[in-house]
Design a protein around this ligand. Structure first.
Ligand SMILES: [Zn+2]
Length: 474
């Protein structure tokens, strides 16, 4: 059997094309209706979309919050046809970014029906399709959705899993090209005509990284038997890696690094971005309102743990990512939901901040835990952040309202924010903090908490219970 065309490039033009069938009907793929779904490379498609959006001044990556400079670098890299390496800790949006890039591809493209790697009808790369195109009068086509294939870095990964099995020997022995023992594509080949996302590229064994480099750069694969197969697969490789010296992460080989543009992805720059990311990615999209002050306290706690300004920063070895913020928002909303509250209150942090610990404990790491526990660090940082947000609220209380507010509180002696809400100075001020009526109880609570923390005229006696203690001071 003649297998020589395996090594040849096959390019189909209108003049030498077989009859193409789509859903059983003959189609002219060079017709306007189909032209944009074939013959173009991944880079071509992305380049076109990029320029079109730039012209119309449309944000190419609306799903990414902030990250202006990083977005610009991604655009430049893509336009110049480069592969990209995102470097940064877990949970800062590397995967989201790679998916956003895949969205620049057309929603669907034409492929040869039955092809294991969804070959382009005009540029088949697999042996089976090359033969079909060269030998058959009719070739069936199908539409396939855009591709984003995640390839998880795994030190145990085999060549078969990554590249696939290609046996020239079996072909020489006369096996049919469609026979599973002749060609089984691995993850990378399955990403043909799409985005291959290498999650933790450094964790891929170095021998395989060499193969990958060969595939990306030379567009050919050397089989374990030593045969060189020109598998000209068309992908953009997007990879992610953690910063160096991070636990359990191997290095990326030099030649492979040299084929990628590195873009660092760090935590959100501002608390507003942090909150936006948290809200967008929550599991509980709907439910009780999380008022601004609670968003600030929760996101602020996470950011405090990351910052070098935080009291315990030197003890925190693994910093919480945006996932901590997302889960904090989820947990307090879940608690408010279970308790049929319209809006989140301090009670939703848990009587001993259990819900806050729930979101943070698995996401932070301390250098060593003998002297101080994670629980202690969490409670201490949370309290510092509540202090901070409370002093902002306190500063908003107008001077001429402060005295009547305190008189009102003194009169009531004990205030249970869940019960004894009266129309008065406290609730009138609290109302100015609210975006909706649903937030009022929570606003009264944060107002009392702010007065308690900033003046000492009040004392918190339990969650939601404040007692006037100003007498003691006189
Ligand atoms: Zn094929």
């Amino acid at each position: 059997m003649d297998y020589e065309y395996i090594f040849e490039d096959v390019i189909v033009k209108e003049s030498n094309a077989p009859r193409f069938l789509l859903n059983g009907e003959e189609v002219d793929i060079w017709d306007n209706r189909f032209q944009k779904y074939h013959s173009k490379s991944v880079v071509d498609y992305i380049r076109e979309k990029l320029l079109e959006y730039e012209k119309k001044k449309i944000d190419l990556f609306p799903e990414i919050v902030g990250k202006k400079a990083e977005k610009e670098m991604v655009k430049t890299a893509l336009l110049s046809g480069s592969n990209i390496l995102f470097k940064g800790r877990k949970g800062y949006g590397k995967t989201t970014f790679s998916k956003a890039i895949a969205k620049l591809l057309p929603e669907k493209i034409l492929a040869i029906k039955g092809c294991k790697i969804h070959d382009d009808p005009t540029r088949p790369v697999c042996f089976s399709c090359k033969r079909k195109i060269l030998e058959k009068n009719e070739v069936e086509l199908t539409f396939i959705p855009r591709k984003w294939i995640r390839i998880a870095g795994d030190p145990m990964m085999t060549t078969r899993q990554l590249i696939g099995g290609i046996s020239i020997q079996k072909i020489k022995e006369g096996y049919d090209l469609d026979h599973p023992e002749v060609f089984t594509p691995g993850r990378v080949l399955k990403a043909h005509r799409g985005i291959a996302y290498f999650d933790e590229l450094g964790a891929i064994p170095s021998a395989l990284q060499t193969l990958l480099h060969e595939l990306i750069e030379e567009k050919q694969i050397t089989t374990p038997e030593g045969d060189i197969v020109p598998m000209k697969i068309d992908i953009i490789a997007i990879a992610s890696t953690n910063p160096a010296n991070y636990k359990g992460v191997a290095d990326i080989k030099e030649p492979l690094l040299d084929r990628m543009e590195q873009i660092d992805i760090g935590p959100p720059e501002t608390i507003d971005e942090e909150i936006e990311i948290g809200l967008r990615n929550m599991n509980l999209k709907r439910g009780p309102v999380i008022p601004e002050w609670h968003l600030k306290i929760l996101a602020g706690t996470v950011r405090c743990m990351r910052s070098k300004k935080c009291r315990h920063a030197n003890r925190i070895e693994v910093e919480p990512s945006c996932r901590a913020t997302i889960k904090l928002f989820d947990h307090v909303r879940a608690s408010a939901m279970r308790n049929m509250r319209e809006s989140v209150m301090f009670k939703d942090y848990g009587d001993n901040f259990e819900n806050v610990k729930l979101a943070l404990k698995s996401r932070i790491g301390l250098d060593y835990e003998e002297e101080i526990t994670k629980d202690e660090v969490i409670v201490s940082v949370l309290n510092d952040t509540i202090d901070l947000v409370c002093s902002e609220i306190y500063a908003l209380i107008p001077r001429d309202v402060f005295k009547p507010m305190i008189d009102e509180i003194a009169n009531l002696k004990v205030i249970d924010v869940y019960k004894s809400l009266e129309n008065g100075y406290v609730s009138a001020f609290a109302a100015t903090l609210c975006k909706s009526d649903a937030e009022l109880l929570s606003a009264v609570e944060i107002t009392l908490e702010a007065i308690a923390r900033c003046t000492g005229l009040l004392e918190r006696k339990g969650v939601g219970i404040y007692e006037y203690t100003g007498y003691n001071r006189q």
